[in-house]
Every structure is written in structure tokens, then in C-alpha cells.
Design a protein around this ligand. Sequence first.
Ligand SMILES: Cc1ncc(COP(=O)(O)O)c(C=O)c1O
Length: 456
Amino acid sequence: MTELYKQAFQYATEFLQSANELPIQVSEDARRNLKYLDVDLPKHGMDSVKVIETMNQWVTPATMKMGSPRFFGFVIGGAYPVSVAANWLGTAWDQNTGLEKTTPAVAMLEKVSARWMLDLLGLPQQSATAFVTGATVANFTALAAARNQVFTTAGWDVEADGLIGAPELHIIISEESHPTVYKSLAMLGLGRNRVIKVPTDDQGRMDMEQFPEIKDNTIIITQAGNINSGAFDPIGQICQLAHTKNAWVHVDGAFGLWAMASRKLKHLGAGLELADSWATDAHKWLNVPYDSGLAFVKNEHALKAAMAITASYLPTENAGRNPSDYTPELSRRARGIDVYAVLRHLGSSGVEALINRCCDCAKYFADLLRGAEFEVMNEVVLNQVVVCFGSEKLNLEIMDQVQKDGTCWVGQTIWKDRLAMRISVCNWQTDSAAVDESFSIINKIAKAVISRCTKV
Ligand SMILES: Cc1ncc(COP(=O)(O)O)c(C=O)c1O
């Protein structure tokens, strides 16, 4: 056993120590070699040391270096060393985190982390917290609680009787909501299309001039951090409107909710603490390993009514805070371990410094791009920069060459009907040197492509 673990530890640490120096993009050779993993199910097993050696041989080289300080794709973070170490320990502990009685230690870590998170983000202290896989499931979980409360108020028991014959329920959502929110609505039986979409302004915020009338039985889904611009919906204003009508306000803050940990940035989400539920990702800006999302719900009863199970073999009396009362899963890994480790390591000032540093780097990136006379499409209020180099063809070619170069990695988006490059800064390692190095490559490639295309 010791040799096996030592070997895995060695591979993992070698990977972590070299990853920042290696090309971020996966090479074509490494992709091709993945075929060596695709064997028929063996009748006879392989020695465990050999299994780990084989996996390391083919998987490590084909791993996109997403934890690099120069990875700016999608909106994803890296993993702080303390969270990787805690995660390894958590794997060794192998705790099935459903029940407090059987896994008191990890249930305690989750209880404490939940309290810290509410404190850090300035959310109501009585809120219940669910540790889930990511923001998709955090949105799903919070919206299940919303569905419970809205139907309960309308005199309908949706958990018992389902949706057939239920009173009408209305969803108000931004036209720029993340696609996974629609997926959550579909999974809840509320429908992707049975929504009222609110048009947005030039930064992707809901336009309050065009906000619809709020009817009885309404859930309003807002966004803290537009996936392109990073802008926030006017959530405080929406909450004030909504609460005169008894509507539930949910906040999808997959990355943007973290701004509430910064005194410099929290004005973006002014009043969002008045909402009813919030979703965020720890595997984004808190920089813990996958997977780790969090749902917070002000009305604990609504969340438990939607999520708790009862079964004859499960303890109910003096059961403490059963983590599974708050989540879609019964059995799951103890996600609170990694969250606890990073929060204890950084403290609230360290989280604030992380969020501020990323946002400062995004602003610096935008300044460099504007200085080189490229068009930055958004007001850089958070960690997102959307840059457009010209025609669709030009943008595609520049992004392709930047990705192939391997120094940094940027994603593509379509925003306000234009194809563009999206740069997202949410890695704990990113600093101005990483931005300088990345900008220098993007600038060189973009200038060369533009000059070649204008000559043709
Ligand atoms: C605003 C928003 N909501 C939801 C999600 C889905 O999060 P996850 O991929 O963690 O499920 C994302 C992911 O980027 C997001 O940015």
C-alpha cells in the first residue's frame, strides 16, 4: 500500500510542480495517445502500482493545465495547495457525508464552513447551506426550495402531489441567464420555455424599464456576475419590488457572489442579501478542487422540505445537522473539507485579497488590450474581459493561434451578437507578470493575423 500511495503522490507532486511551465493546451500527440487507455475490459486484473503508472503515462500529458496562472478560459479557478492537500486527506478518510451521526467530523466541517461562508458573503445568518457539485446543482437545489415555498403559499404540496394539476407558477429570468439555469428549470418540471425573459442593457444587466409585472406565485432569477461582462443585475431593486408581491428572488452568483467578500466590490451586489436564495461555486473563485458548489436558502424549512428524505433505516431522533437534509444526494463526498481548509488558510482578508487581485489583473489586461487599440466590449467591473479584434473569422483565427501557442488559454463567446474572446481571471496564482506574458502573446498573434488579413 505504501509504495502505491508514494508513487501516486510522486506523480501528483511532479505534475503540480511542472504544470506552470508546460504548454497549457494539450498536444495532438498526447490526444492521440489516449487510445492506449481504450482497451477491452480485462478478464484478469493488473497490479495496482502498474495501473497508476499506466494512467499517469497517458493521462498526465493529455491534461489541460487549467490550474495555470495563465488559464483564462470559461470561468474556472485553480486549486490552492491547502485545498489539494485537504482533498487528498478527505479521499483517505472516505466519509459518506449523508448523516451527522455516522460522520460527525465532516458534518462539523460543513456546519462551520457554512457559517463562515454566510459571514464572508454578508448573507442572512439563519440561511441553510447545501454543499453540492457546482452552480448548476446549486441553482437546482435553491430553485427546488423556491418551488416548495411558492406552491406552499398557493396551497399546493408539490413534493407530495407533483406538478400535474398544480396552480400556475411564473418564472422571471434575464435574457442573459446562464444556460444551466434553464436546465435546472427543466429538471424541476418548470420548463425551459415557460419563462418571461427580461431584456438586458449594454452590459447584460436586466433592464428595469422593461421589467414585467410580478404576478402571484412568481420566482425571479437574477444574476450576480454576467458570464460575459461580469455585470450584476440590480438585485436590491428587484428584491424590493418582489417582496411587495410575495415573490421569491434567487441569485445565480456562480462566480460573482464572491465579490461580496470584497469591501471594494460589494457595491456591485448592493441589496442582494434581501434575496431568498443564492448559488455559487467554490471550485471557481475559492479555488478548491472539483467539484464544489454551494446553495444558500434563507428559509431552511423550504430547503429541507424539498431535499430531506426519510427512510426506516435512517436515524431521525437527535440526528443533528444531517448534510443530506439539504442536498439532492444522500451519499456524497465531504465537499466541506476543501472549503474549510481554504477559508481557514486565507481568512476573510485572504479571500478579499484574492478577489481584489483577480479583478485588478482583469482591469490591467483590459488596459493593455485597449492600449494596443483592440476593442474591449465590456466595462471591466469584475474579473471578466471581452475583447473583439474585428470580424468573426479574424477572432476565430486569433483565438485558435493563441490556444495552440500554449502560453495562455482564452475562450470564445458570442456576446451582443458578436463573436469575441473572453478572458476570465479567477486563479489564485494569476498576477501582473502572468498578464504581461499572456498579453504579449495575444498582441503579437493578433497584430500578425490582422496585418496578414488586411494585406489579402
Ligand atoms: C453564471 C453561471 N451560472 C451557472 C454556472 C454553472 O456552474 P457549474 O459549471 O459549476 O455547474 C456557471 C458556470 O460557468 C456560471 O458562470
